[in-house]
Design a protein around this ligand. Structure first.
Ligand code: SF4
Ligand code: SF4
Length: 436
């Protein structure tokens, strides 16, 4: 009991790693206790992240000591604990004979700590020398302090924390909050091309995302109604990411903006605010198809004929489209998009029919096993080959070549029962339901 009390009061400080985690891990060794060990580790991480510490710095000349208590502004519990610590600091400062002040003024948050006696003295002094309140009107006078503060963020910070804790904006905030703004991710990002004035690096997008989240929170707190423009800006940022995940490797705090973009699209889909262009909609619809006749027909119309039409239009418009539109940020206009589409002619050799048509295995429901009659036997190895949409319905040459390679090696090739998409394009587009 006494030991626990000493630990709780801070009288006896023990090292978590040396005095607790190590002996505990030795005691709970093996797979059987892995869940307990992980849970203890999670509890420690959770508490370590919300530990409060007080940083002090001072002005040696005038004797002011500043105290700073860093908090996660999205954590209400931490905010309340920090307030309690501030109360303790103020009491301690007064008990030690100090005064509540600051070299640039008392400040809105410190007014509550001034004694009634001090306030009364100040009121009398101020009324005597500035009866009409010309100087710093209202400051330190009755009615000042946080309750009537003009700065809304001071009063709304708790509401902000509650909104963040319970909303998806909070999840986005959690994903990007540790960004150091170091810019190490810029070089690898496919949407960061400074020479083309395309400045959508993960760093810039995180700054933009934070600003939009702030705007959402401010409007939610002040009950102004969320502006539809913010959703457009969210769309703009989310669309400027190819979900290549390359930014995670150079990031010292392991932020993968690809995942952030997916989450943003997810929110937009749920809020029915996701804007996708017609080409993206048609492509996703094509990938969602599983019926062979639909896939064959769409491949003919969309890819074979569509590519040819674009090819011809691109060649014909070449003399008219000498000047390229300026690369810029924001949503390009319809004309800019058209010029970009016609910029380079697409190949007209779009290849063969979809894979299952080529192999003549169009009936849905049977699981095809392709085995070489001479080279494979009952003991031959089997490979389950999932061609995915790329090598199944877009570039069937690749799928066919892969199967041929295995087949001629005597390997039995097992295919899925029908045309199937892995769901990644749908997940990347923010459509979680369709990706499953
Ligand atoms: S995932 Fe997005 S933000 Fe990250 S490098 Fe790729 S395009 Fe850039
Ligand atoms: S590398 Fe990571 S921490 Fe640095 S700016 Fe990019 S996202 Fe932020």
């Amino acid at each position: 009991n006494n030991i626990f009390k000493a630990i709780q009061t801070g009288e006896n400080v023990i090292s978590y790693i040396n005095s607790f985690a190590k002996p505990l891990n030795d005691l709970l060794m093996g797979d059987l206790f892995i869940k307990i060990r992980n849970q203890v580790k999670d509890i420690h991480t959770e508490y370590r992240e919300v530990r409060l510490f007080v940083a002090t710095h001072m002005h040696a000349g005038d004797g002011n000591v500043h105290t700073n208590i860093p908090v996660h502004s999205h954590n209400t519990q931490m905010l309340h604990q920090a307030e309690a610590v501030v109360d303790e600091i103020m009491t301690l400062a007064s008990d030690l004979g100090g005064v509540i002040s600051g070299e640039h003024g008392i400040g809105l948050t410190k007014y509550q700590y001034l004694s009634d006696e001090f306030k009364q003295e100040f009121i009398e002094y101020k009324n005597k020398i500035d009866p009409n309140g010309h100087f710093n009107k209202g400051k330190l006078m009755p009615g000042s302090g946080l309750d009537n503060a003009f700065t809304p963020s001071l009063r709304l910070v708790e509401q902000e924390a509650l909104i963040l804790e319970s909303s998806e904006i909070g999840e986005i905030n959690d994903m990007v909050k540790s960004c150091l703004r170091c810019g190490k991710c810029k070089d690898v990002c496919t949407t960061h091309v400074p020479e083309a004035n395309l400045l959508y690096s993960p760093r810039d997008k995180i700054i933009g995302t934070n600003l939009i989240s702030e705007a959402f929170l401010y409007e939610e707190q002040t009950r102004r109604g969320v502006s539809i423009n913010h959703f457009d800006e969210f769309n703009d940022i989310a669309d400027h990411c190819t979900i290549c995940h390359r930014c995670e490797a150079p990031c010292p705090v392991n932020i993968d903006f690809g995942d952030v973009s997916i989450k943003m699209k997810n929110i937009l889909v749920k809020q029915k605010q996701r804007h996708t262009n017609i080409a993206a909609k048609v492509s996703i619809a094509y990938l969602n198809m599983t019926k062979p006749w639909q896939i064959n027909l769409t491949k003919k119309l969309l890819i074979d004929l569509g590519y040819k039409a674009q090819h011809i239009a691109s060649r014909l418009s070449k003399p008219l489209l000498k000047k390229q539109p300026n690369k810029t940020v924001g949503n390009p206009s319809a004309l800019t998009q058209l010029i970009t589409i016609l910029d380079k002619p697409l190949p007209t050799d779009t290849g063969m029919a979809p894979l299952r048509s080529l192999l003549n295995i169009n009936d849905v429901g049977t699981i095809p096993i392709l085995a070489h009659p001479d080279k494979s036997n009952a003991d031959s190895p089997s490979v389950f080959y999932f061609p995915g949409c790329g090598s199944e319905r877009l570039y069937s040459k690749i799928g066919l070549a892969t199967i041929a390679l295995l087949y001629h090696q005597g390997v039995k090739v097992v295919l899925p029962p029908s045309y199937l998409c892995c769901g990644y394009p749908q997940a990347s587009a923010g459509n979680e339901a369709k990706s499953k």
